[in-house]
Design a protein around this ligand. Structure first.
Ligand code: F3S
Length: 394
């Protein structure tokens, strides 16, 4: 790789250990991906925040980086949700020793200089740069969204590579940063209408499509067969599910490329659905994987009106979006219906799901279904938001 003089000095440790480690990470990735240089980024989004995912080893690493004298993030940096509601952790049955470690992780990130929200939908809370801008986003669902919907350029960064980018303000010029790599490598042809008599619609349908597409196409996915005119809820569900099952970092709607094509019919739909949904109903409800957007909270409040949940319902969103929802009156309706907001936390990588002490959970998220089963061993009942409300309110 061609490095500038300053980059070489940083790599040699002249600007301190934290920067040396960060450049070592980027150069190692550059070598593997045949990149010839590093490029500046405008925004880093770092994952690896929940203690449930990074554990003691991750906490020690963050302590080391953040305590190196003068080490700060060099670009605008957002971070993923953590594993608990920072203000209300004790009300939501988060174990005290977990909370203690989680707060230490948060303190390391705060020392390094992060934006003041913990979110996996960072594009909702902060001004998005213009299309074509290079960023370095970890969190697969956000990275797929950045490339496919926002027109930003990012590879699917790991927790460590995004941290290295935040510390240096740079990323490796490879893969999806290069315009000619941003074209489909395989197409998925949607044939739902013919088979089941309706087009895909809603977050569960698009989550199922994404779950299938991510599993079957490791590169850029081209969709054909149904014009994809996605609402934010659908786009978010599609991107999150693509990121759950494979390594793809981008899709192209309405692909014109003549490529190897895989059909997605009613059969594939049913196969994914029955894999993800093992229960007719759940003992508790979880909304917000990825965390809910302001549009989704508006929709939820509109659907609820005067209704009241008949079982425990957790709603995950960032504190910034929660504050916005309170200002607009949506949060009061949702809380009035008996739901509990969980702010700044991940819906899956948190001890709160196990603390619910239930065997089954209802959700509208395919990504949530995948991880809640895996991490907490609960059975999942996958349903659209409307149906969950219809069946669980009075
Ligand atoms: Fe967000 Fe956690 Fe789901 S980070 S996408 S709520 S797994």
């Amino acid at each position: 790789m061609l490095l500038t003089k300053v980059e070489e000095k940083a790599l040699a440790g002249e600007y301190g250990e934290a920067l040396e480690i960060a450049y070592r990470v980027l150069v190692a990735i550059g070598k593997i991906s045949d990149a010839n240089r590093l490029i500046p980024i405008k925004w880093a989004h770092v994952s690896g925040v929940s203690y449930l995912t990074i554990g003691e080893y991750g906490l020690d690493f963050l302590k080391k980086i953040s305590s190196t004298h003068g080490t700060k993030f060099r670009v605008f940096t957002t971070v993923n949700p953590c594993g608990m509601d920072i203000e209300n952790w004790d009300l939501l049955d988060t174990p005290a020793d977990y909370a203690d470690r989680q707060l230490k992780i948060i303190s390391c990130y705060e020392k390094l200089g992060i934006a003041n929200s913990f979110t996996c939908v960072p594009f909702q809370s902060y001004k998005v740069p213009r299309r074509g801008t290079s960023v370095a986003w970890a969190e697969s669902s956000a990275a797929v969204y950045a490339n496919s919907i926002l027109g930003l350029r990012t590879n699917r960064e790991s927790a460590v590579s995004a941290l290295a980018s935040a510390l240096t303000g740079k990323t490796v010029y490879s893969d999806l940063h290069i315009p000619h790599n941003r074209i489909p490598t395989k197409n998925i042809r949607i044939k739902m209408e013919k088979k089941v008599g309706r087009a895909l619609a809603g977050s569960v349908d698009y989550g199922i499509l994404g779950y299938f597409a991510g599993k079957n196409v490791p590169g850029v996915i081209g969709f054909q067969g149904q014009k994809l005119d996605l609402r934010i809820t659908e786009a978010k569900a599609l991107c999150a599910a693509i990121g759950t099952t494979g390594s793809s970092g981008m899709f192209v709607p309405n692909s014109k490329e003549k490529l190897e094509t895989i059909d997605f019919t009613g059969k594939e739909y049913e196969d994914v659905f029955s894999d993800l949904s093992q229960s007719g109903e759940g003992e508790a409800i979880v909304f917000g994987c990825p965390q809910m957007t302001i549009e989704e909270l508006y929709e939820l409040s509109r659907m609820l009106g005067e209704k009241h949940f008949s079982k425990k319902c957790l709603v995950f969103c960032s504190s910034k979006i929660y504050d916005m929802a309170r200002t607009r009156g949506y949060a009061q309706v949702i809380e009035g219906a008996g739901a509990t907001f969980v702010r700044d936390a991940c819906a899956d990588f948190t001890p709160m799901i196990s603390a619910l002490n239930v065997d089954s959970v209802e959700t509208d998220s395919c990504k949530g279904a995948h991880y809640m089963r895996k991490v907490h061993g609960v059975k999942i009942s996958l349903k659209n938001t409307e149906r969950i409300i219809e069946e669980n309110t009075n």
